[in-house]
Design a protein around this ligand. Structure first.
Ligand code: PRX
Length: 646
């Protein structure tokens, strides 16, 4: 864990945002699920007795096959359990229960492909597709507890595959379609998946991403995969290995695909999915979530924070391959019976008004995206959104990194027409659901995620655990467990304890890895990661992964990677490399190394700059001093060098 640092840029943002206050608009006060009075009451009750609070929500938000014997079990801390003894399956709540009601005919999902093709699924149709897919998986021998890796673009088959896997009690591990060979191979290997679900390709910026080729190469490195299901999306020629690879559309014709597939009865604490994310050191870790508590967490937070109603059209513009997509594209909206929209491609393709065009066309009422996307689209100017009627929007949201007040105001004014509160949600892969977020009735300050969600006990503390003063930076911690929390790191429970529960072990607080501060009014201001995680365009990357990708190139002996502030992406990656003997620093080499990282990890991990150096600043114990590299990259004084080895 590195020292508490306040980045100057964020300091200035907080100074600006603190002095502004945006009260909730009248339409919100009149119609929101949670009124200002209820909100105050829930916050109080949820802090005083979080277990009771979540137990009430568990009864209200979802159905159970059998009730729990105990709502919360802390006998084996920090391996907490929720709703112990209850029987459920998240897919029952997301689909099965809806097809027994009028909702069977409601639209569950509207999808638009980048080339402009469209598909619409009613709840009934989606349920049918999931049944078919689940039958196929069963037919391939996938059983309860088996891991299934899913690697695809943003097409409807991605949520369908996830739901099908969960329906039969297997565990999905979705790998974001923007990752590449080594990232995929490593995740398949760690999860020991025998089945991989992928597509021939995906559309992105008018080009085909050759997913199947990447999958083939990854499987060569991780030969545990025995069967591959391939979705035909782009239709280009791909290699299909006889006996291993099967087209989904052909499998769907088989008699075994027909009929209803029974939903597996799961224990509340049975695993639902593994999702890999970057940590402080080493390989990405498989964050594990379960059926019971997770569904309660996501349904409650989505319903209250985004106030979703039957007449809404919800667009979470994330990718299903990240936690935002798992919780708020796939499971959350379906549990609530909401109509969702999903789009395959790039926001500015073929023109910078693609998103605004779709909001107008589909009448989107709530949009949830990342600050990077907002800043990226803001750059093209107001004329593009102004060309469209965006009056269907009533709420906006953001996630993934701190939002700067300038982007916040633009989003509020130009996109939201000054009538849509901005719901800035702070949370993590590990937390499963929103943790610090306004509700629509919360008065907003641009750049602040405002207050902990009811039932979440968050605080900012000093190194010794004392509460930080208003305006003082500290560790963001969660002081009481919550139902949606990760249960462990797959296959590495020690790392789970070490990473999240050891810093404040005595107090039994969860360490988020972020620094934050509270202002005089109690508003939370997230500052950023305190560890070696870099947020690039909202994506979470670990320095270790990128460094090991660089070192896997024959020319590189050693590498160090840092995040450097960037206007649009929040941060970009700078890499410093020491070359192997016999290699020379040439401009072509930088390009080659970038290409290599793209091939191994994917485009999101490619450094903006790679510089060859003779030495790297290290402490005497051999730890790279990233602070020194960061100062160098930004042309600032390097500060105290007394711990430098050389
Ligand atoms: O640093 C925080 C930042 O994203 C990290 C979690 O990343 P990930 O697990 O990929 O999940 C992202 C989507 C939930 C956090 O530790 N972060 C997330 N949301 C915000 C944020 N930083 C500031 N404001 C936010 N709203």
């Amino acid at each position: 864990m590195s020292e508490l640092h306040t980045d100057e840029r964020r300091e200035e943002e907080i100074r600006q945002g603190e002095s502004e206050l945006y009260p909730p608009p009248q339409h919100v006060l009149e119609t929101a699920h949670v009124s200002a009075e209820d909100y105050a009451r829930y916050r109080k009750e949820g802090t005083e007795n979080p277990v009771k609070f979540w137990e009430d929500r568990a009864r209200e938000m979802v159905d159970w096959f059998e009730p729990w014997e105990k709502a919360f079990d802390d006998s084996n801390a920090p391996f907490y359990k929720w709703f112990v003894g209850a029987k459920t399956n998240i897919v029952y709540n997301a689909l099965d229960r809806h097809v027994k009601t009028w909702r069977r005919n409601k639209i569950a999902l509207i999808w638009e492909g980048e080339p402009g093709d469209r598909r619409v699924f009613s709840y009934y149709r989606l349920w049918q597709e999931v049944n078919r897919f689940a039958n196929i998986l069963k037919g391939m021998g996938v059983k309860k507890g088996d891991r299934v890796t899913i690697y695809m673009g943003r097409v409807p088959e991605l949520p369908i595959a996830m739901l099908a896997t969960a329906k039969i009690g297997a565990i999905h591990s979705v790998v974001y379609g923007g990752f590449s060979v080594e990232a995929l191979a490593e995740r398949i290997q760690d999860a020991q998946s025998k089945v991989l679900i992928t597509a021939d390709g995906g559309w992105m910026r008018g080009k085909i991403v050759r997913l199947k080729d990447i999958a083939d190469e990854a499987v060569k490195r991780s030969p545990v995969v025995e069967q591959m299901i391939v979705v035909k999306r782009t239709g280009h020629e791909v290699n299909m290995e006889v006996g291993r690879d099967f087209w989904l559309h052909e499998l769907q014709q088989l008699p075994i695909a027909n009929g209803t597939c029974e939903t597996e009865v799961m224990d509340a604490e049975d695993p639902l999915f593994i999702l890999y994310t970057s940590g402080t050191t080493g390989k990405p870790k498989g964050v594990l979530h379960t059926h019971g508590g997770y569904q309660v967490g996501i349904a409650t937070t989505l319903k209250w924070a985004f106030d979703l109603k039957d007449e809404d059209r919800w667009w979470c513009a994330a990718d299903p391959g990240w936690i935002t997509g798992h919780s708020y594209i796939v499971y959350g909206p379906l549990i609530l019976g909401v109509t969702s929209f999903m789009y395959e491609g790039a926001p500015n393709y073929p023109y910078p008004d693609r998103w605004w065009r779709m909001i107008e066309h589909y009448g989107i009422s709530v949009l949830y995206t990342a600050p990077t996307a907002i800043r990226g689209l803001m750059r093209f100017g107001d004329a593009w959104p102004k060309r469209h009627d965006l009056s269907s929007l009533r709420l906006l949201g953001t996630v993934g990194e701190p939002i700067n007040p300038e982007a916040w105001r633009w989003y509020y004014r130009v996109i939201g027409g000054e009538r849509c509160p901005i719901i800035d949600t702070w949370w993590q892969t590990e937390t499963g659901n929103f943790m610090i977020t306004p509700l629509p009735v919360t008065p907003l300050k641009p750049g602040s995620a405002t207050f902990p969600f009811p039932g979440i006990v968050a605080d900012v503390v000093r190194d010794n655990g004392e509460p930080a003063d208003p305006g003082e930076d500290g560790y963001l911690v969660i002081k009481h467990p919550w139902p949606g929390m990760a249960r462990t790191i797959y296959g590495d429970p020690d790392r789970y304890v070490r990473q999240y529960w050891s810093k404040f072990a005595e107090q039994k607080w969860y360490l988020t890895g972020d620094s934050a501060r509270k202002d005089e009014d109690g508003y939370f201001w997230i500052i950023g990661r305190m560890d070696d995680v870099i947020k690039v365009a909202g994506y979470r990357l670990g320095t270790a992964e990128i460094e090991s990708a660089l070192v896997s190139h024959p020319a590189v002996a050693e590498a160090a990677v840092i995040g450097v502030p960037d206007e649009v992406k929040g941060n970009v990656i700078y890499a410093y490399v020491i070359l192997q003997a016999g290699y020379e620093a040439k401009p072509e080499l930088e390009d080659e190394l970038k290409k290599h990282v793209r091939h191994e990890l994917g485009p999101i991990a490619v450094p903006a700059k790679i510089e060859v150096v003779d030495k790297l600043p290290k402490t005497r114990s051999g730890k790279i001093m990233r602070r020194v590299l960061r100062a160098k990259a930004m042309g600032q004084p390097v500060g105290d060098l007394s711990t430098l080895a050389d």
